[in-house]
Design a protein around this ligand. Sequence first.
Ligand code: ADP
Ligand code: MG
Length: 246
Amino acid sequence: MSEQQEMIRVEKLNKSFGKLHVLKDIDLQVNESDVVVLIGASGSGKSTLLRCLNFLEMKNSGKIIIEGEQIEKDTHDLNKVRERVGMVFQHFNLFPHKTVIGNVIEAPTQVKGIPKGQAIKEGKELLDKVGLGDKYDVYPSTLSGGQKQRVAIARALAMKPDVMLFDEPTSALDPELVGEVLSTMKELAKEGMTMVVVTHEMGFAKEVGDWVVYMHDGKIVESGPPAEIFDNPKEERTQAFLSSIL
Ligand code: ADP
Ligand code: MG
């Protein structure tokens, strides 16, 4: 991971909700074009970590450095930072009263002030890319869960982020729809998008991940290349977690 440009660096990140200490001295580095996969049991702090990286949650202490800049809410416009760090959630939260293309152009036109014609042109290209070239004009309610999630990915990409965070993007989907969303993500990875992905899809982690991070109880217990983590985990907790899910 050494030759690539550093995209995100986290140092000694701590986050509490009241008395609940959820993230404990998290150190993490994500390099350009890397796919980092976060795994761990429910409640271990994976979503909170992603949300801190996107400043949907505010850290209590530690550093979050994005593209070389230490981001603090007092010195940075967090909305601007969020434009660089896209996020896709488990529940897609599309606007039901807007068409697919309407959903995709909403943020570029409203937040970035991109002219509508240009946003539509770029939005259609993104929808073609996620395999929804024939669905521009339909409403989300007519789509399957997998299609909705691909619209959500196109919508996040429409802001031209430098890094994409995915929080269990396939967990709410029927099993037969998981594959199409994972292939879209794999394509994105192949094109060189920097990605941090929380998932229970270990096949994806092995095949697409460059680096796997195992979290337990708010701490990073172990991290390494997929082959190391899956085939030769050093920590007992990692071994126990993997045998519980595989
Ligand atoms: P994971 O994504 O790994 O399942 P989360 O980051 O969602 O874990 O949650 C970690 C812990 O923080 C859990 O105990 C959860 O209940 C708690 N938590 C998450 N968000 C909040 C919140 N907004 N307020 C209070 N507690 C929260
Ligand atoms: Mg979560």
